[in-house]
Design a protein around this ligand. Structure first.
Ligand code: AMP
Length: 178
């Protein structure tokens, strides 16, 4: 598991049944992040997917999207933008609401986080129904940003999140099909 050459990132994901609600199998990336080789390998794979895209800003979705999002921003020589739950960001914000796999939620971004015409990579840990990422794309586009890639560590393709993100360049490191 510690050898980079034989490292299977998928095996580093932990399934947690019935979290945060009964019937949900939570895909826990903390077991990937706390393995030094897996952490580095995941970042390297995400970087390879984006390195030629001339990214100005990486936008990460709270909270697990912040980890690789910030690492990627540093490697891409881009700025990092926080997309957060309501009332967490201190300055003027814009807001979008959306449906989750397990409920409803709202996200915000600082009004001055992205400038018109900037090339943005949106990153989160997991693509489920696509509602969160679709709302994040709206925030970025309301500020005039161009979403050039949307990357995730994990895709749950049986939830058809890609359908909600049609027309965007979606990249994922692994897929769970059921
Ligand atoms: P969605 O908007 O349905 O694509 O949900 C994606 C967001 O919810 C991401 O920020 C994920 O962290 C979280 N999420 C949804 N389903 C799961 C799951 N089964 N395991 C872990 N995180 C999840």
């Amino acid at each position: 598991m510690d050898n980079v050459n034989t490292l299977d990132l998928k095996k580093c994901i932990r399934d947690v049944p019935d979290f945060p609600k009964k019937g949900i199998i939570f895909k826990d990336i903390t077991t990937l992040l706390n393995n030094p080789s897996a952490l580095r390998e995941g970042c390297s794979q995400l970087y390879d997917l984006a390195k030629d895209l001339r990214i100005d800003k990486v936008a990460g979705i709270e909270s697990r999207g912040f980890i690789y999002g910030a690492m990627l921003a540093e490697k891409l020589n881009a700025g990092f933008v926080l997309i957060r739950k309501p009332n967490k960001l201190p300055a003027d914000t814009i807001t979008e609401s959306y449906d989750l796999e397990y409920g409803k939620d709202t996200i915000q971004m600082h009004k001055d986080a992205i400038l018109p015409g900037e090339r943005v990579l949106l990153h989160d840990d997991l693509l489920a129904t696509g509602g969160t990422a679709a709302a994040a794309i709206k925030l970025i586009e309301r500020l005039g940003g161009i979403v050039v890639q949307v990357s995730f560590v994990i895709e749950l393709s049986f939830l058809k999140g890609r359908d909600k993100l049609a027309g965007y360049d979606i990249k994922t490191l692994m897929d769970f099909t059921d």
